[in-house]
Design a protein around this ligand. Structure first.
Ligand code: AVJ
Length: 322
């Protein structure tokens, strides 16, 4: 029997919660990056969000991937090296594996335990598949493990995670992916579409309050890990679509004048003051194609779900005519 799974610790150093939270609370407006949502409870709450009736992106993207799996395989071909930045749970890629028959699958994620468990399950489920799980920050995309096999490269970036970057940073990220896959390489990427504000607002304000719990869990995490004293009852969830900026903004709102201690430092909040915790940009199809083209990709195909809520783009890195 051949060995079908390898684990690689590339840049396993976790992001520095203390430094980023303190810097984010000192500035105005206050901002804590969304990557810190995902402790064990935050990851559980995010999974629960994807099950709410209001949060359509996950269901819509899965329906597109299922409907187009053979079309995607026909366009991309078999035997490629399939790389998934941030592919911590390896869930959506399962839909593509039989069709794509990649020479190897490389999920990359900063959350080592989560990644290794998920990678092991994929390797067990697809015994023919060579898996190289790379524990790394996906901003360090270009350093793949040395032992990954050579092959035409395909990157997979589902979930509209691209929406967490502001457009210039999204273009930089796409340019790095273009470099990673090389000329002629592919990117299959899920992108949430601009749409009616009511649907967007509802998706980030589910009636069961799971998104609110997900947002507020950030404060629980900071209390636990940084010895802070955020009083949860005095903080409210707020999420709204800003049509001019084309993004959902999530905030935590201070409901009264209060002082909070975080890692030995004091922060005063007036009533109504917010901590901005997430942006989630939405893109019309042509708008996203423009961004991708700027970053060195050519649009190859795009698919949407029956409701026209979500898009999956197949892009191909330009061959030297940038
Ligand atoms: C994981 C970034 C795609 O922006 O929709 C869901 C995260 N935040 N509900 C998104 C999220 C609140 C999600 N992404």
């Amino acid at each position: 029997m051949t060995r079908t799974i390898e684990f690689h610790d590339l840049h396993p150093t976790p992001a520095d919660l203390a430094a980023d939270v303190l810097a984010g609370l000192r500035r105005r407006p206050r901002y804590i990056p969304p990557k810190f949502f995902y402790d064990a409870e935050g990851s559980r709450l995010f999974d629960a969000i994807t099950q709410t009736p209001e949060y359509y992106p996950t269901r819509a993207e899965l329906s597109i991937l299922r409907a187009q799996a053979s079309e995607i395989a026909a366009r991309v071909g078999t035997g490629s090296l399939l790389v998934e930045p941030g592919g911590g749970s390896c869930a959506k890629v399962r839909i593509l594996l039989e069709g794509l028959r990649p020479c190897a699958y490389v999920p990359m994620d900063i959350s080592r335990e989560h990644l290794w468990l998920a990678a092991e399950q994929v390797a067990a489920e697809f015994p023919w598949l060579e898996v190289h799980a790379a524990c790394t920050d996906f901003t360090r995309l270009l350093e793949l493990p040395a032992s990954v096999p050579a092959g035409p490269r395909v990157a997979f970036f589902p979930g509209s995670s691209i929406g967490n970057f502001d457009p210039p940073a999204a273009a930089d990220f796409l340019a790095a992916v273009a470099e990673l896959v090389g000329p002629g390489g592919f990117l299959l990427i899920g992108v949430d579409l601009k749409k009616d504000r009511a649907l967007l607002d509802a998706a980030y304000n589910d009636a069961a309050g799971i998104t609110a719990a997900f947002n507020r869990n950030l404060l629980t995490r900071i209390n636990r890990e940084l010895g802070a004293d955020f009083h949860l009852a005095a903080w409210a969830h707020r999420a709204f679509y800003d049509a001019a900026l084309g993004r959902i903004e999530m905030h935590l709102v201070s409901e009264r004048l209060q002082t909070v201690r975080v890692a030995g430092e004091s922060f005063d909040f007036v009533a109504g003051e917010t901590i901005h915790t997430e942006n989630s940009y939405k893109y019309a199809i042509d708008e996203f194609r423009g961004l991708a083209t700027q970053a060195g990709f050519r649009p190859e195909a795009v698919w949407t779900d029956a409701g026209g809520l979500f898009s999956v783009h197949l892009l191909r890195a330009a061959e030297g005519d940038r």
